[in-house]
Design a protein around this ligand. Structure first.
Ligand code: NAG
Ligand code: NAG
Ligand code: NAG
Ligand code: NAG
Length: 967
């Protein structure tokens, strides 16, 4: 292989770039980053070379020639964090959040990064102890190690972090106690700048030392929930005047009385003590005027009467006091607290008469089950929301109203919140990787789960909370120049740890996919708490999912090319020239081996081993051959252009001749649009099992050298769609159309009723009906097919897939796939066949148009305007009316109202007889006629010309293009 002068010039450029550019980034930082990168998989796409700053490595921010920031949340990084991190001595921000396969211990050398301010490793898989060296990071402000797998105890050295503001160790496996200072060592009591102690969901134990709280502290959030603390709550807690959120709940061994000076905490809004073993009197919350959420359920307080603070806590939204032996009448004033939403007072000794006369409009739920209430004042009772009274004497006195029956989970917010979609009735349908944004745009959202650790409200049915959350979050992203179109939130619920969880999706604006740069920014805004939710949501954290950057490499390679012209201008020193020549020699030596390397590369793709006899990975095929790549290369004349019979989004279809003389169509997926292995296998396995003259048969397949190919019987007359558009030159008159739809119907009916197990095609459309030389219809494309479950119920819940215009709306709404979904698509096809219109074109939906136009009092149902002119004189369209009736029954809104495919076959057979289209003779004449017509075709057609239907839809032997998954 020759070496052109351009190769030399290119090499020189590359070399010079290395030499000159390496000066751009500090050498120590460069080697440090390369060391870190060496222990990672799924690195950002442009991490290569020796100039991270100059080349703008994704996720790296430099100040001058020093690396000061690493932000790589949700990249799907895997591996460990190398000790090389210590080389980055100017590093201020390190955010590797949401890379759950980043594991192993944190290197202790991280303690040498004296400039580090934010260390954010939320939702990774780190293990081992928290290095005590982190205590040396005297500039540290943000320490978020939550949702990892750290073990061991909290190092006392962390008490030395005098600037620490945010301290989050929650959701790990930490043990031991809370360290306090002594003469020789600092402790958590020294953290007088810290506002957040988030230590919940661990296995911390021992008593909470009284020294840990002092009046110099500025804590606003103290979260010690879901641990194993014992002993009692120290009275020094009362010194934390700034406290707004306090969680001690779910420490089953926490005992003793609640200190009375708690009343000093007048800023406290969220107060959680549930599920401990606290004793003494029910805490007196008088004067705590900021309280909104109080949960002290399931403790061992001594019996008490209804306290007076009940009706004086004017900002209360949620009062949860279950199983606390509280006696007396429920005060009427409780219901009329201005903000009250939820009262959970189950399992107490509340007695006497209940009257809810005056009540807050926000009140949603009153749970008074298992109390001693004897009477309910019904006079003027206008409270119509949930009231639960079972287990009270009232219900045993012959009162059998709804309140006595109410039972079960007492969260009334059903259905859960979901962002409103601004889509029209028939929404656009998206590619499989995409999802519809609330603004009805198909794109790939960034997803994750938001956790609110202590919201100040309990009415999850009040959508205004979530709308506000979406609005403020979007505003934050936009204010930081991130291309965000919209935010979607759905399915909020309170989880077992008493956190409010909900799904979050962030949709890109102006493109269908976020770039790596965008995700680095969006992830950081959430992991770094840059976004602050409305204050009644309280503290939160986010766990992001890995974002799939389908085109990452393409998007980012551009930034490098800009760099080259700059470099060419630089003077080239003698050393560089020598090095260049040396490299050239090496390169030439390598090039000689390059064909072999190509082979190696292709081996690295997943493939089924042709020689292997194992059936665990290879498809289960009977009667289908496995071809090698080289065989198919020969069969298709080296995939020559002359053999190319069609192109689609997935690749090309080639005509070929097997050594036996059999004609085949080889569908070759192009690199980058390979079907998922699963989809590929599905198609092979299904096709190899079905044998029917109206179903295209599979000859074999190839899964070799990184290629996916399917080999079909060759079907020479293209697709039904091409005939209807006039593209294929096969003219279809009314009788032939009836024969074609009859054949297609038989093929589908076979799949539904005779294949074992039954198969739902899921993508019936005119471009999936092929026509052979006798114009027999053959149904093709099984990539989306589903086997009907063996349970005989005939339903599958599944991700909605199909093609726009043909998709069954009921399936789309319910995700319940039945054979009637194919019937719907077939009905659309029937209408397409008489109108020769695309089912969905420029907002016109053929189903709606026909439905609206049908007038059964008129000749031809008054459809003359809509019929394909190529059908000819209406007098020749015998059987059109029952045909239209059948089509409209197939597209009934409800699947139950549609006929089965078997019924459709019988009906079309009847119509064909009426029209004189039955019988073999008709078929023969149709075929010969079509051949002669082909020569003189005139592709003037309502739907063939000019529309947006050019190269993307293919033809020939098989498998088209546009699959959708709107959800
Ligand atoms: C001081 O505290 C450290 C860490 O908690 C502990 O290891 C050490 O023994 C203590 N020293 C004294 C004198 O109590
Ligand atoms: C920690 O707090 C204790 C008690 O307030 C104090 O004596 C000690 O000097 C503090 N240590 C550090 C490192 O700030
Ligand atoms: C609760 O505390 C009492 C003593 O105050 C003790 O006897 C009991 O075992 C404790 N229960 C639990 C579950 O720890
Ligand atoms: C805090 O509460 C205690 C006990 O209720 C009381 O004696 C003390 O004066 C209060 N301190 C302040 C600063 O309000």
């Amino acid at each position: 292989m020759g070496v052109s002068p351009w190769n030399i010039i290119f090499l020189l450029i590359v070399l010079v770039q290395v030499f000159v550019a390496s000066a751009d980034t500090n050498a120590q930082d460069t080697s440090g980053l390369n060391g870190i990168a060496g222990s990672w998989g799924n690195k950002p796409s442009n991490w290569a070379g020796n100039d991270p700053c100059g080349d703008k490595w994704i996720g790296i921010i430099c100040t001058g020639n020093r690396v000061t920031s690493i932000r790589l949340s949700s990249f799907g990084l895997f591996g460990t964090l190398s000790g090389d991190i210590q080389s980055l001595t100017e590093l201020q921000y390190l955010d590797l959040s949401y890379n759950k396969n980043l594991n192993g211990p944190l290197p202790s050398t991280i303690g040498t990064l004296s400039k580090l301010q934010n260390l954010i490793l939320v939702g990774c898989g780190f293990t081992g102890e928290i290095p005590k060296e982190i205590g040396q990071l005297s500039n540290l402000i943000f320490l978020s190690l939550n949702s990892n797998k750290f073990t061991g105890s909290i190092p006392p050295s962390l008490g030395g972090l005098s600037k620490l503001y945010w301290f989050d160790l929650a959701d790990n496996q930490l043990t031991g106690g809370l360290p306090i200072s002594n003469a020789t060592s600092p402790g958590l009591d020294n953290l007088t700048s810290t506002k957040h102690f988030h230590f919940g969901i661990n296995q911390l134990s021992g008593s909470i030392p009284s020294q840990i709280f002092n009046s110099n502290m500025k804590l606003i959030h103290l979260l010690l929930d879901n641990n194993k603390f014992s002993g009692s709550i120290p009275s020094t807690l009362g010194l934390l005047k700034t406290l707004e959120v306090l969680r001690f709940d779910n420490n089953p061994q926490l005992t003793g009385p609640v200190p009375t000076n708690l009343k000093n905490l007048t800023s406290l809004a969220e107060f959680h003590l549930a599920n401990c073993n606290l004793t003494g009197p029910l805490p007196d919350l008088t004067g705590m005027t900021s309280l909104s959420f109080v949960d002290m359920s399931n403790n061992s307080f001594s019996p008490s009467d209804v306290p007076t603070w009940f009706t004086a806590s004017l900002s209360l939204t949620s009062l949860y006091l279950e199983n606390l032996r509280i006696g007396g009448e429920v005060p009427q004033g409780l219901f009329s607290l201005p903000s009250i939403q939820t009262l959970r007072l189950r399992g107490n000794h509340l007695n006497g008469t209940l009257s809810i006369l005056d009540f807050s409009s926000q009140l949603q739920l009153v749970d008074l089950r298992d109390n001693d209430i004897t009477t309910v004042t019904s006079a003027g009772m206008t409270y119509k929301k949930t009231l639960m009274l079972s287990g009270n004497p009232y219900c045993n006195q012959g009162n059998d109203d709804a309140h006595c029956k109410a039972s079960g989970q007492s969260n009334p917010a059903l259905p859960p919140y979901k962002t409103t979609s601004n889509c029209p009735a028939l929404p656009p349908q998206c590619l499989s990787t995409q999802q519809l944004s609330p603004n009805c745009i198909c794109s790939v959202p960034y997803r994750g789960t938001l956790f609110f650790r202590s919201p100040g409200f309990s009415d999850l049915g009040n959508s205004s909370y979530f709308i506000q959350l979406e609005g403020t979050m979007k505003t934050k992203f936009l204010s930081l120049s991130l291309p965000v179109d919209s935010i979607a939130i759905h399915d909020p619920f309170v989880d077992a740890n008493n956190n409010l969880e909900m799904s979050l999706e962030v949709y890109p604006s102006g493109k269908d996919q976020f770039s790596e740069q965008d995700i680095s920014g969006i992830g950081f805004i959430l992991s770094n708490q840059t976004y602050k939710p409305p204050s009644n949501f309280g503290p939160y954290y986010f766990l992001g999912q890995t974002y799939s950057f389908a085109n990452g490499a393409l998007q980012t390679s551009k930034s490098n090319t800009n760099h080259i012209p700059l470099i060419v201008g630089a003077s080239v020193g003698g050393a560089a020239v020598i090095a260049a020549l040396l490299a050239l020699i090496i390169c030439i030596a390598r090039r000689k081996r390059s064909p072999k390397q190509t082979e190696d590369r292709s081996q690295s793709y997943v493939s089924w081993d042709i020689k292997s006899t194992s059936t665990s990975t290879a498809p289960q095929v009977r009667g289908a051959r496995m071809f090698s790549f080289d065989e198919l290369k020969k069969v298709t004349n080296n995939f020559s252009e002359a053999n190319d019979i069609g192109t689609g989004g997935y690749g090309k279809v080639y005509r070929g001749t097997l050594p036996t003389g059999q004609l085949v169509a080889v569908k070759r997926s192009q690199q980058g649009s390979l079907q998922g292995n699963l989809e590929f296998r599905t198609e092979i396995e299904l096709l190899s099992r079905v044998h029917h003259k109206n179903v295209v048969s599979l000859v074999g397949f190839c899964f070799d050298q990184g290629e996916q190919m399917l080999v079909y019987e060759y079907v020479p007359n293209g697709t039904l769609k091409e005939s209807l558009t006039g593209k294929s030159g096969v003219r279809l008159d009314w009788k032939r159309r009836l024969r074609v739809v009859l054949g297609a119907a038989k093929g589908i009916a076979y799949l539904h009723e005779l294949a074992d197990p039954p198969i739902i095609h899921r993508d019936i459309k005119s471009s999936n009906v092929l026509l052979d030389e006798r114009l027999n219809a053959k149904v093709s494309d099984f990539g989306l097919s589903k086997l009907l479950g063996e349970d005989g119920r005939g339903q599958i819940t599944t991700q909605v897939k199909g093609t726009m215009g043909y998709l069954d709306p009921e399936y789309y709404m319910t995700q319940q796939l039945t054979d009637r979904s194919d019937v719907y698509s077939f009905g659309v096809l029937l209408l397409e066949v008489i109108t020769a219109r695309k089912p969905l074109e420029r907002g016109r939906y053929v189903v709606r148009e026909v439905k609206e136009a049908v007038d059964r009092r008129k000749d031809m149902y008054g459809l003359h305007e809509l019929l394909d002119p190529a059908l000819g004189a209406s007098s020749a369209l015998a059987g059109l009316e029952p045909y239209v009736d059948l089509a409209l029954r197939c597209v009934e809104e409800s699947g139950a109202d549609r006929p089965s495919m078997g019924e459709a076959v019988a009906e079309i057979e009847r119509i064909a007889k009426v029209a004189g289209a039955g019988g073999a003779a008709a078929a023969e004449s149709a075929a010969s006629d079509s051949m002669s017509y082909a020569a003189s075709r005139t592709p003037r057609h309502p739907y063939g010309g000019g529309g947006g239907d050019s190269a993307s839809e293919y033809s020939g032997g098989g498998l088209p293009s546009m699959r959708v998954e709107p959800k």
